[in-house]
Design a protein around this ligand. Structure first.
Ligand SMILES: Nc1ccn([C@@H]2O[C@H](COP(=O)(O)OP(=O)(O)OP(=O)(O)O)[C@@H](O)[C@H]2O)c(=O)n1
Ligand SMILES: C[C@](O)(CO)[C@H](O)COP(=O)(O)O
Length: 230
């Protein structure tokens, strides 16, 4: 990756499941917006040459203010996203000019620099890589009537996180193909997989949670408090 790595950090969602008036990526953790915590992890990595924050069109201005307040304005470009996460990611990919790209949820503030580096290394030695953890619960497939229809072998099941890392040109191709086909996936790797790309799982940690529902916020505050007192 001669032209280095870029990161697309997506923060243009509504945060419906969080049930708060303020979108969850702008909620404060220890007086700092969630997405700023996330930006700061990636900004500390010299390997990251370009950083794109994708946010709601109505939030671009205040995100620019926050980015400036936290002295990240020379590292981060802020652009508007789209209706779905996939659309927001696509806008971010189009704004990059690096060889490699990491796509990361702005509401996963607890990813570590070591995990990001492992993800980049795995993608450099293959076609794509995603952070993930083995599932701890038994997972079942259930039909519309609430009846169990299958219990996949748990040893083959992983809970997929972000960042997800790829060669930028390959992921852009996958995104353009999905757009042409009207395919909507729930993560970036899905679009790579449908192109036949091989995606490697990199074991991360259970603390790399996606802040989605109110319990996640409680966990986040508790976790940060513990980190502060470590
Ligand atoms: N149109 C969208 C939708 C989601 N995201 C981002 O994608 C990440 C993961 O999405 P999710 O956790 O589902 O966020 P929301 O869509 O905001 O949550 P909800 O589904 O509860 O509304 C978040 O950082 C979110 O801001 C985005 O950039 N653009
Ligand atoms: C990309 C992701 O975080 C991987 O687990 C997840 O699929 C995002 O889903 P969401 O519904 O957009 O939060």
């Amino acid at each position: 990756m001669d032209k280095g790595w870029g990161v697309v950090i997506v923060a243009a969602g509504r945060g419906t499941r969080m049930g708060t008036t303020e979108s969850k990526q702008f909620l404060l953790l220890q007086d700092k917006p969630v997405f700023i915590h996330t930006l700061e992890v990636f900004a500390a990595l010299d390997e990251i040459r370009e950083m794109i924050l994708v946010t709601g069109v109505a939030d671009v201005e205040r995100c620019l203010e926050w980015v400036k307040e936290y002295q990240l304005e020379t590292r981060v470009r802020v652009i508007p996203g789209g209706k779905e996460r996939q659309h927001s990611v696509h806008e971010g990919l189009r704004a990059l000019s690096t060889d490699g790209v990491l796509v990361h949820d702005g509401v996963r503030p607890f990813v570590t620099r070591e995990q990001i580096r492992e993800c980049m290394a795995a993608a450099e030695s293959g076609e794509g890589a995603v952070l993930a953890v083995p599932v701890k619960d038994t997972i079942k497939q259930v039909n519309a009537e609430g009846i169990v229809t299958a219990t996949p072998d748990r040893s083959s099941l992983w809970s997929i996180q972000t960042p997800q890392a790829f060669r930028l040109s390959s992921l852009l191709e996958a995104y353009e193909s999905a757009e042409r086909d009207g395919f909507l996936g729930t993560d970036d790797a899905m679009l790579a997989e449908r192109q036949g790309m091989s995606v490697k799982v990199v074991e991360g940690s259970y603390t790399n949670i996606k802040l989605t529902t109110p319990e996640d916020l409680q966990y986040a505050a508790f976790w940060l408090e513990g980190e502060k007192n470590r």
